[in-house]
Ligand binder design. Structure first.
Ligand code: CUA
Length: 178
């Protein structure tokens, strides 16, 4: 069978691209440890009071590691924090603080509808679904203030559903180069 020269080039290029994509997939999985976010576990959204989400908040696990239990509902993230930060439009948002270098595992679920959870400039992006516990582990290695927010439209006050994460260096100060 005769195959035109250019046809053959394109077949080789297409096969090469597929091989490249497959190699990238293998490398991201086995070398860089990239995983899709998953529902770490299932939970009964009507019985959250019997789980760790009954008391949302940050647990210090020692050695710079923290477990954060965050409960999303219309239209707040319950973080267990009683510190608030004034926002521009006359409302305030909760603040949680971590020392520089903290490794924080966020466990998050919803009490009502589907919400979202991202932390700006960090690798955390969770679809917050009632009945699922989503998890993401984040290393905070730059001082600063980072907002965590809902990125799934969840109703009237979706835009005000967020909280602030302040990462402090050893002196308890935050770099101002934001
Ligand atoms: Cu919660 Cu949008």
């Amino acid at each position: 069978m005769h195959i035109d020269k250019y046809e053959r080039y394109f077949m080789i290029a297409a096969a090469g691209a597929l091989g490249l994509f497959f190699a990238a997939l293998l490398a991201s999985t086995f070398i860089f440890g990239v995983r899709l976010p998953d529902a770490g576990s299932f939970i009964n959204p009507n019985r959250l009071d019997e789980t760790a989400f009954a008391e949302p908040g940050i647990r210090d696990m020692g050695g710079g590691r923290y477990e954060a239990y965050i409960l999303a509902r219309m239209w707040v993230f319950e973080t267990g924090s009683d510190e608030y930060m004034e926002m521009e439009e006359g409302y305030s948002t909760p603040v949680v603080r971590f020392p520089l270098g903290s490794v924080v595992t966020f466990n998050i679920t919803s009490r009502d509808v589907t919400h979202g959870f991202i932390i700006e400039r960090h690798n955390a992006n969770i679809e917050v679904i009632p009945g699922h516990v989503g998890t993401a582990t984040v290393t905070f290695d730059q001082p600063g203030t980072y907002f965590a927010m809902c990125h799934e439209f969840c109703g009237l006050n979706h835009h005000s559903m967020h909280f602030a994460i302040i990462v402090e260096d050893e002196l308890g100060t935050v770099a101002s180069s934001q």
